[in-house]
Design a protein around this ligand. Structure first.
Ligand code: PLP
Length: 386
């Protein structure tokens, strides 16, 4: 099928939800994707922050193909070698005491279950989240999403959600109280324009949750699995603390849908049979993808690569007088311009480089594979500064 035919078919038969690029992508390798008309694009958006190890990494492809030939699926009512390995692998890279995994299928589902665990563990119902954070589009997650139109779209919202200001200790202290079951935070607010908070803020947040007995949840759907140059934002130097639950999705399966909650040992005592569940969570293909993804990040030292990417991008931006600031870490970067970022986004796309906008019109987002090379970032720099 040619691109034009694909556009027509999707427009005719798929609900028009996302505002789409005029690209029909049919193939990918590393940091590159190809259209149906065989045009090649540099993907600095990482397939929507999903392709940490690059598109169709051969090791991931091999792992899921071999698994598909052995056993595609059996649910959690049986034990599985590949699931056991994935849970053990995640425990080996997670900061202590987050030693147990619950597997599901997406970011919003991971957050829904994280909030449920907080309620089960505390016997309370209220959830606090932060202005401009994004947590997903199902009922509880969208009710925790105080960003633009999203929360309103989810009306009638789940009761008991309250909003604090991101990075503001006084606001957080005032909103989190002895009735709070859980506090969910996107530790770097990606969609809002890659907004960061200080380690001091995270320290106070951890202390306040301990003080009132609330469960602290880091939504690491974007920051997790190496994107910021450490396995998780939790436990990194930038956080300085470890929450009680981390939720994950996006990069975890390199494109095979999978989400997870990493849960502290203490909290697992509150979870009994049938409190949580999903048919497809922990399925064999997804687990093979998780194992292969983590192994590739380890083998190719992609945590170090992500840190280098940040340096290359910061260096490229230092030559551009319209760049006001570069926010974020590793391969989650927001370039803030003096004015609208849109002309840069458009110019890059015309040069066949895919980047992303954010809900801040002045911020352009880069979410490339952690394996993107210096010469690929140089191509970006030439167009940005050209
Ligand atoms: N949390 C964050 C921080 C996200 O960026 C997203 C998706 O963009 C989600 C949750 C929801 O994930 P999903 O689209 O897999 O449900």
């Amino acid at each position: 099928m040619r691109s034009e035919e694909i556009f027509n078919a999707e427009q005719k038969f798929q609900l028009a939800t996302y505002s789409k690029l005029d690209l029909a992508i049919v193939r990918g390798s590393g940091s590159w994707v190809w259209t149906a008309d065989n045009e090649k694009y540099l993907d600095l958006y990482g397939g929507h922050a999903v392709c940490a190890v690059g598109h169709s990494h051969p090791a991931v492809v091999k792992a899921i193909s071999e698994q598909a030939g052995k056993l595609m699926f059996y649910s959690n009512v049986v034990y599985s070698d590949v699931r056991a390995k994935a849970a053990e692998k995640l425990a080996s890279i997670a900061p202590a005491p987050l030693l147990k995994a619950f597997f599901c299928n997406s970011g919003t589902e991971a957050n829904e279950n994280a909030m449920r665990i907080a309620r089960l563990a505390t016997g309370r119902s209220n959830i606090v989240s932060f202005a401009k954070g994004f947590h997903g589009r199902t009922a509880d997650s969208i009710s925790a999403t105080f960003l633009g139109k999203y929360r309103t779209l989810g009306e009638p919202n789940v009761p008991g959600h309250a909003e604090a200001q991101f990075g503001d200790v006084d606001s957080m202290d005032a909103v989190i109280d002895a009735e709070t079951a859980g506090v969910i935070i996107e530790p770097i607010q990606s969609m809002a324009g890659v907004r960061e908070a200080s380690p001091e803020f995270f320290k106070c947040l951890r202390a306040r949750c301990h003080e009132v007995g609330a469960v602290l949840i880091f939504d690491e759907v974007q920051t997790g699995v190496g994107r910021t140059g450490s396995w998780f934002f939790a436990g990194s130097e930038a956080a300085g603390i470890v929450p009680d639950i981390i939720s994950l999705a996006k990069s975890l399966g390199s494109g095979v849908p999978v989400g997870a909650c990493l849960v502290s040992d203490e909290l697992t005592k509150a979870i009994k049979e049938n409190d949580l569940g999903t048919t497809f969570g922990g399925g064999m293909i997804a687990m093979a993808a998780v194992n292969a993804t983590i192994e590739v990040i380890e083998r190719e030292d992609l945590l170090a690569s992500a840190k280098n990417v940040e340096l290359w991008v910061r260096n490229a931006c230092s030559h551009n007088r319209t760049v006001k600031a570069v926010h974020g870490k590793g391969c989650l970067l927001g370039i803030e311009f003096d004015g609208s970022a849109r002309p840069f986004y458009t110019r890059l796309l015309e040069a066949k480089i895919i980047t992303g906008m954010s809900s801040d019109p002045n911020v352009l987002r880069l979410l490339p594979p952690l394996s993107v090379t210096e010469s690929e970032i140089q191509l970006f720099a030439e167009v940005l500064n050209g």
